[in-house]
Design a protein around this ligand. Sequence first.
Ligand SMILES: [Zn+2]
Length: 202
Amino acid sequence: MTVRIDHAITSGTFSLDGETHQVDNNIWVVGDDEDCIVIDAPHSVDDILAVVAGRTVKAILCTHAHDDHVRVAPELRVATGAPILLHPDDQPLWELTHTDELWDVDIEDGQSIKVGGAALTILHTPGHAPGAVCIYVHDLGCVFTGDTLFEGGPGATGRSFSDADQIVDSIRRRLFELPDETVVHTGHGADTTIGAEREDLD
Ligand SMILES: [Zn+2]
């Protein structure tokens, strides 16, 4: 397997319900030496393209449509020619940030997206957002959880379009079925593992 994960951190703001917060977001890029998929499009196209490092971007895959995850998605689409992929249940959130342009392709639970010989499996995990997804990569032993699961527990559910019971249900049913040693790459902050978070939540 020549597929690898590249990572950087970029900074900007997150706004919802009339409040704005300063946030650091993880940039995750999965691919080989030629092709890659960018997971989320936070804050800065230049910061994302630095991680892409000249490779062909096959897709911009959004874990959910909060503005700190999709703000530069249309700009990144222009820069790379890659389509934006989003779960359609996040349309109301997308429209809070992008009023005059849409994403390109709907993603659905169970879908498999290939890059460089690795399969990225979409797990629909509503709760933090209605269209929130996690991306499981069996070949790499990891899952990208966006804002659904962090080191220390579930993502925030205090704002509009979130549901606290639903996020715990999603984590138990979809993420805790993965092996304990699965590495969790989050939307903000440090990595964790499924095993560590299972212990925390149970
Ligand atoms: Zn979020």
